[in-house]
Design a protein around this ligand. Structure first.
Ligand SMILES: [Zn+2]
Length: 141
């Protein structure tokens, strides 16, 4: 390996690509060409069959809340100003089940509720898929 060789950690490149697209209003998932499974967050191989033959796909901006929890204790100092916040699994229409933040919840939240992809909160320590409970608030398609 020459001194000018650059080691590229694909997970960092994947994270950067997915984060940039999220900030533009698109949630990218990966779809396996071998088994048609879809997944997020990104990885080099299909978590279902192990194939490295996959492609990027823009996921639906709508989904259903599969499960959620309310985080009251910050896992680190950088989350302190954000608690309490809601983390939930969202079953995207025709696509992967994705972990993300649920925002704009005034009172009741329940499993099975309809959610829409929203613009991520850029003050959150990570750019994560972010969903809200109304299409108007999401401001997406
Ligand atoms: Zn697969």
């Amino acid at each position: 390996m020459g001194s000018d060789a650059v080691y590229v950690d694909e997970s960092i490149a994947f994270d950067r690509f997915v984060s940039e697209r999220l900030l533009q209003g698109a949630l990218m998932v990966q779809e396996c060409r071998a088994c048609t499974g879809t997944w997020h967050p990104p990885s080099g191989r299909c978590p279902l069959c192990g194939s490295a033959n996959w492609e990027w796909r823009e996921a639906s901006v709508q989904g259903e809340l599969y499960s959620f929890t309310i985080v009251h204790h910050a896992p680190s100092a950088s989350f302190k100003e954000h608690v309490p916040y809601i983390i939930g699994w969202v079953e995207l229409e025709g696509s992967a089940r994705v972990l993300g933040c649920i925002v704009g919840v005034s009172d009741a939240i329940r499993v099975g509720q309809r959610v829409w992809l929203a613009t991520p909160d850029e003050t959150f320590p990570y750019v994560v898929p972010t969903f809200c409970l109304s299409r108007e608030e999401a401001g997406t398609k």
